[in-house]
Design a protein around this ligand. Structure first.
Ligand code: FUB
Length: 601
């Protein structure tokens, strides 16, 4: 239950946090809290963004936890909450500052600078997790390295040798061992020469531009170090080198000084065919040097490998593809929000909460296709509820449906509501606008539209696999909810230990089929090992006779990425249908199979 104090605090904070009038802007990425020090990581086709968290009203770098967000379209970002905080490191007492996550051998290593309680100096700790969204635990129970400096960053070179860089005012590195939590050799300090790191004037103790926040990566045989330069205010500069240890040559400015925060902090990644530059600024209301927000721009390297000058925008990058409203979408998947916050959900993951009259969530580029007939939402309310207005184009745009939400007896007592929708077609920005009386109205965990045209929507229960194994069984082997890989969201469904090619995940759809109707199938598949040929099949038993209908052509799937199986097929039977089952199998072989985001409609 929320306390009266929390409510009052929230009203005060939200008054400050209301977004600017240009509510169509998509930068900064997160509007629910202040974020800083971005560190992007691409894993299994999804872009994860690790950030710090500036506490509201800070007058110093008051930071107690780190946050994770992710996207597949560079426009709508899913909030995964805070899987690591100062409390993760029993030996640390303050300063959850700029970290970096590296993936190796099935694990995620999160290197962070924190204050060592016993020495009072800054040290670098390592969190380790089995999934990109955590949870993370202290890998060592002590600092990995300590020299009272900050901002760790890891490069895993093509040779497999990993380097940990960090530092302010110096720039240091060590060679990490392959366990990623120990190192060999001494701490080496990179010579900060003006040739390598530019010339700073007026500060004899710091003759070069290097300030902090190294971001080292390799591209086309060249090593880059993109760093925060010449405080204060900082700009982002970069140097290049023929090896991870130098010699470095200063190349100039990436992002000039701008944005209302006296620090900046860079992270660069390639994703979905584009290059993206992450940074932070003070652009949210109430924002500044200690209340920062992470933003992103798309850019293209120049033909000679140099980085162009990048300026901050409020629009951010173009969306990659569209968002599918006909599969379950988390409420905390947001392009822009006004007034709302997020919190851990009793049903797992996060939910949107602290919703008041007039607040809204924008979801960008929603592909309604030929139209939607209804909207379903997972909601809870500890008061008397409110309404979810479905609007297109803006928070005051065309109203295509309204869902009433009643009190459910608690903020985590979840129920599902459905309401009709009319007039939503094509690809539009969707605004979930909340309306009702005074105070908090409702919480929202997830939502999903049903397509119009009598399709009846996805016949499969838990097609996103985010509800564990709910709705699914296996005709052999072991069925489990997997968190190591997911096509979208944080889970997929794994059938391991198969002993026959026909064994795979399946779901009973007997009472959901219409005789003579044509159905479309889509399911994302990957193998645990090997490259088997996979297909989706429907088994139908009517009047004692069993037939098999191929729902998709067979396609080779791999263990390194997801393959989409799609197809259309007309379902028909004679007599009384006693059993029908949707399943995924392989043509031959018994490799374990992951499936995710399955729809049959
Ligand atoms: O967020 C705290 C500190 O501010 C970071 O460690 C630096 O990179 C600067 O962004």
């Amino acid at each position: 239950m929320r306390s009266a104090l929390a409510w009052v605090m929230s009203v005060l904070c939200l008054t400050i946090l209301l977004p600017p009038a240009a509510a169509n802007a998509d930068n900064p990425i997160v509007q629910t809290i202040y974020t800083a020090d971005p560190a992007p990581l691409v894993h299994n086709g999804r872009l994860y963004l690790y950030t710090g968290h500036d506490e509201d009203g800070s007058t110093y770098f008051t930071m107690r936890d780190w946050r994770v967000y992710s996207t597949t379209d560079m426009a709508n970002w899913t909030d995964h909450g805070s899987p690591m905080s100062l409390a993760t490191f029993a030996w640390a007492d303050a300063n959850a500052w700029a970290g970096h996550v590296a993936y190796r051998n099935g694990r995620f290593y999160w290197y962070v600078p924190v204050r060592n309680r016993s020495t009072g100096g800054m040290a670098i700790g390592v969190g380790v997790g089995d999934s990109p969204t955590g949870p993370f635990r202290d890998a060592l129970g002590r600092p990995l390295v300590e020299n009272n400096e900050i901002d760790p960053n890891v490069l895993i070179d093509d040779s497999g040798q990993a380097y940990l860089y960090w530092g302010n005012p110096r720039l240091a590195y060590v060679r990490l061992n392959s366990d990623m939590i120990s190192y060999s050799g001494a701490v080496t300090y990179i010579p900060l020469t003006t040739a390598g790191y530019g010339t700073r004037t007026g500060n004899p103790s710091r003759p070069t531009l290097y300030e902090e926040g190294p971001w080292v990566f390799k591209r086309n045989g060249q090593y880059y170090n993109v760093f925060a330069a010449e405080c204060c205010s900082e700009f982002i500069g970069y140097s290049t080198a023929p090896s991870p240890t130098g010699p470095w040559t200063y190349r100039g400015t990436v992002m000039p000084r701008q944005g209302g925060s006296f620090t900046n902090h860079a992270g660069i990644v390639d994703y979905a065919g584009g290059s993206y530059f992450f940074y932070h600024n003070g652009a949210l209301p109430g924002g500044g040097g200690y209340t920062r927000s992470v933003a992103v721009e798309k850019f293209a390297y120049n033909a000679d490998g140099t980085i162009p000058t990048i300026n901050m925008t409020t629009a951010g990058p173009p969306q990659v593809g569209t968002l599918d409203p006909f599969v379950r979408q988390e409420a905390e998947t947001i392009a822009w929000s006004s007034g709302v916050e997020t919190e851990p959900s009793g049903e797992g993951g996060m939910n949107v909460g602290f919703i008041e009259n007039g607040d809204h969530i924008k979801v960008k580029g929603v592909a309604f296709g030929n139209g939607a007939s209804s909207f379903t939402a997972r909601v809870a309310s500890g008061t008397t509820g409110g309404r979810i207005e479905l609007r297109l184009g803006s928070a005051t745009g065309t109203l295509v449906g309204t869902c009433a939400v009643n009190g459910t007896g608690g903020w985590q007592n979840w129920t599902t509501v459905t309401c009709p929708v009319s007039g939503a077609s094509g690809t539009r920005d969707l605004y979930l606008r909340f309306a009702g009386g005074a105070g908090y109205l409702l919480n929202l965990n997830w939502w999903q539209f049903t397509p119009s045209g009598g399709g009846g929507g996805n016949l499969l229960t838990n097609g996103t696999m985010e509800d564990g194994t709910t709705g699914w069984t296996s005709s052999g082997g072991t069925l489990s909810s997997a968190t190591d890989v997911a096509h979208a969201g944080s889970r997929s469904l794994l059938t391991s230990g198969r002993t026959s090619a026909w064994q795979g995940p399946h779901q009973n759809v007997t009472n959901r089929l219409t005789n003579g109707k044509t159905y479309t199938t889509s399911v994302w598949v990957r193998s645990q090992s090997g490259t088997p040929s996979a297909k989706a099949t429907l088994t139908l038993t009517a009047n004692g006779t069993t037939s098999y209908l191929q729902l998709t052509p067979a396609q080779t799937v791999t263990a390194t990425g997801w393959t989409q199986l799609t197809g259309t097929a007309t379902v028909s039977w004679t007599g009384t249908l006693t059993s029908a089952s949707f399943y995924v199998e392989t043509a031959t072989g018994t490799d374990g199979l992951y499936i995710d985001d399955a729809s049959f409609q």
